[in-house]
Design a protein around this ligand. Structure first.
Ligand SMILES: Nc1nc2c(ncn2[C@@H]2O[C@H](COP(=O)(O)OP(=O)(O)OP(=O)(O)O)[C@@H](O)[C@H]2O)c(=O)[nH]1
Length: 193
């Protein structure tokens, strides 16, 4: 079993505070693009959101918040997901990457197994994508302790583990990420072409 967790719990300051997952891109809310890419690959989709939960629930999937006071960053969403999952794996993706690979799970899993790793992270060939991870529930204790100690940087957390890297250099746009209204407009134009 694989839970696909879509992180939509940020403040989206660069988007002017508009809830990024609900902002429209090419005719549908941004998170709907991630759902379309991820849902065929996982057993169930879970949405991690800290506001507008009723709107997120309309997509038909379970919605959960960070269970922490304040916005502590994506790690807080991941910790909560690992604490509640019943699945063998949790695949985490952000809500603001509309072109995620349709073979994301299979390749993260293959890398994890081949490299006998504890987790796998995606890379675009140049940079690791710290919010695109394949995790197992065993990692909860370590992630919770890292967060409780005041740490927030995901790559610092996983660097202390045996981690595999799955490269997607064959899909150069896979992790194109939308943070600002200008980036959103550029991507909408590219999708329309
Ligand atoms: N659960 C949760 N997810 C978060 C939090 N902060 C960011 N994220 C998610 O992590 C991913 C990357 O977030 P960023 O773009 O760095 O942060 P953001 O808050 O969405 O946007 P900015 O405020 O413009 O930096 C997105 O999917 C966010 O929804 C948080 O405090 N909790």
């Amino acid at each position: 079993m694989v839970d696909g967790v879509i992180l939509a719990g940020g403040m989206a300051r660069r988007m002017g505070g508009n809830d990024k997952g609900l902002v429209e891109l090419a005719g549908k809310p941004m998170i709907a693009h991630a759902i379309d890419r991820i849902s065929p690959q996982v057993t169930q989709v879970l949405i991690n959101a800290n506001r507008n939960q009723d709107s997120y629930a309309e997509f038909g999937y379970q919605v959960f918040n960070d269970n922490e006071s304040g916005y502590l960053g994506p790690l807080a969403g991941m910790v909560t997901a690992l604490a509640k999952t019943q699945a063998d794996y949790v695949m985490v993706v952000p809500c603001d990457c509309p072109l995620l690979p349709t073979d994301l799970f299979i390749r993260l899993h293959a890398a994890l197994v081949a490299q006998q790793a504890e987790l796998a992270v995606a890379s675009d060939g140049e940079r690791e994508q710290p919010v695109v991870l394949l995790l197992t529930p065993k990692l909860l204790t370590s992630m919770q302790a890292f967060l409780d100690a005041g740490n927030r940087k995901i790559d610092d957390w996983y660097a202390a583990h045996r981690y595999a890297v799955a490269e997607f250099s064959d899909q150069p746009d896979a992790f194109v990420n939308v943070n600002t209204p200008e980036q959103k407009q550029r991507l909408a134009q590219a999708i329309a072409r």
